[in-house]
Design a protein around this ligand. Structure first.
Ligand code: GLA
Length: 386
């Protein structure tokens, strides 16, 4: 993909790119809708990448070409305004860099990606991070991986206007081969959790329903979490000084149930129990107990379906079909929900057969065959030699 993209850059801009970077998509194993509640998540970077190749210009013009879109656009780095198109993601990276005190000017940029868009695999964070990583490398800004992740997040949330959390850029930036990452979204502490690669496969199945985060029920869920916390504080059932749902432990659930309206209670219960599940899955993986890890994924799926209400019939079906197969430890939707992908923890020896069974079972119900593939936990974003 890299050599082809560099060729394309040359054909389009009449010179060779001078720097390249890759940033992976991610799959979240457990810890959904917890990042913006300052809780815990357990994603891993996957072997699907967005690539960016760049060369600086002497003026302030940024010209960007997207191979997947077959489109080129441009803007002035000194006049960053949101336009509501895909280039906003590129503008967002420039905005974040400039805003953080790195006055980045003109560049020619070409990007390509095999992270499926709008599928809950974090294609937008991968794009922002690939751009920040390429510009950082090219201009030798010396940013570390956590800062690059924060800048990618700032571009998407502060400029594009998607109220996403920090999980995706952190996973994409700090991913570690053969590991998931336990990320504490309050302290931003990141701990690699080794996956038993020889015994375990991660399957990802696509429900065929895509959903941009902007305009999905995502913002509404965030708002409900905010209201849930406010109601808990007002009713005196949150601990002293609580500033996020992260501060509410499971021992408070009975009091919360009495104090909150039923819908807000269910949203809160999801977040509180999901933080517990992240710790439980980390412990199960450390002990090599894949059955226990899988059981918590299934609990998480139930909670997303019934308490947080972000599943769809297609995602329910993918998980139900998979969980009925021998060799499947557990399944759940991954990412925000409302469409996108499911993730399945599967015994290594059963993975091929399970992938076929998921696709066939889904096709019988929905009349179309979903893509199902094995993902490998991969290293995070990096500069690429050209
Ligand atoms: C999207 C967001 C993340 C996170 C998940 C839900 O992927 O980008 O920040 O909130 O949804 O866990």
């Amino acid at each position: 993909m890299l050599a082809g993209l560099a060729q394309e850059f040359k054909a389009r801009f009449g010179r060779a790119p001078v720097f390249g970077a890759r940033a992976p998509g991610r799959v979240n194993l457990i810890g959904e809708h917890t990042d913006y509640n300052e809780g815990l998540v357990l994603p891993c970077a996957i072997d699907r990448d967005t690539l960016a190749v760049v060369a600086p210009r002497t003026d302030a013009r940024v010209r960007a070409f997207s191979r997947e879109r077959g489109e080129e656009g441009s803007f002035e780095a000194t006049d960053l305004r949101r336009a509501g198109d895909w280039l906003d993601y590129v503008r967002g990276a420039w905005f974040a860099l400039c805003d953080a005190g790195f006055p980045v000017r003109g560049f020619d940029v070409a990007i390509a990606s095999d992270v499926p868009p709008e599928s809950g695999l974090s294609s937008s964070a991968a794009l922002g991070l690939a751009l920040v990583t390429a510009v950082d490398g090219c201009l030798e800004l010396g940013l570390d991986a956590a800062l690059r992740a924060r800048l990618a997040h700032r571009g998407e949330s502060g400029f594009v206007g998607v109220a996403c959390g920090i999980m995706d850029p952190f996973a994409s930036s700090l991913g570690r081969r053969d590991c998931a990452l336990r990320i504490d979204c309050r302290s931003l502490e990141v701990r690699p959790v080794p996956l038993p690669g020889s015994r375990l496969r991660l399957l990802i199945a696509h429900s065929g329903v895509t959903r941009p985060l902007l305009g999905s029920g995502y913002g509404e869920r965030r708002e409900q979490c905010r209201r849930g916390l406010a109601a808990a504080v007002a009713a005196g059932v949150a601990p002293e000084g609580a500033t996020a749902l992260r501060d509410l432990g499971p021992e408070r659930l009975p009091a919360l149930e009495r104090a909150l309206d039923p819908l807000l209670f269910r949203r809160v219960r999801h977040v509180v129990s999901e933080n517990e599940r992240v710790e439980a899955v980390c412990a199960a993986l450390a002990a090599g107990d894949l059955e226990a890890a899988g059981a918590r994924l299934r609990d998480g799926m139930r909670s997303l379906r019934e308490d947080f209400e972000v599943s769809t019939p297609e995602l329910d079906a993918l998980c139900e079909i998979a969980d009925a197969r021998p060799g499947v430890y557990g399944s759940r939707l991954t990412g925000a929900g409302f469409g996108g992908c499911s993730v399945h923890l599967v015994a290594a020896g059963a993975a091929e057969e399970v992938a076929r069974d998921i696709a066939a079972g889904f096709e019988r119900r929905f009349g179309r065959r979903p893509p199902v593939h094995a993902a490998v936990a991969a290293d995070g974003a990096a500069a690429l030699p050209l």
